[in-house]
Design a protein around this ligand. Structure first.
Ligand code: SF4
Ligand code: SF4
Length: 90
């Protein structure tokens, strides 16, 4: 399941550089997570790095994007393949 950032976000900027998948970016009012790139840190770390570092605990799981561990691992592998061969990805 991808994670999401709620409106409690105080735009402190600390989570964005921690994401190994570059899934976090500034939205119109606060930071947002791209569900196509969030693996809950599966493949990189044992726990979600943004959740660990967020000072206001505003990053819950996003029920709109249900995924099991296997799906998250497949997303991680797809992202790794894209990173390795960016010219082949449309
Ligand atoms: Fe990025 Fe991991 Fe947070 Fe997902 S859980 S947004 S992959 S730091
Ligand atoms: Fe917002 Fe939390 Fe990220 Fe800070 S760490 S920008 S409060 S989501």
């Amino acid at each position: 399941m991808a994670l999401k950032i709620t409106e409690e976000c105080i735009n402190c900027d600390v989570c964005e550089p921690q994401c190994p998948n570059e899934a976090i970016s500034m939205g119109t009012e606060h930071y947002v997570i791209d569900p196509g790139r969030c693996t809950e840190c599966v493949g990189h770390f044992g726990e979600p790095q943004c959740v660990v570092i967020c000072p206001v605990a505003c990053i819950p799981k996003d029920p709109a994007h249900p995924e099991d561990h296997e799906s998250l691992l497949q997303k991680f592998e797809r992202l790794q393949a894209q990173q390795a061969q960016p010219a082949l990805v449309k």
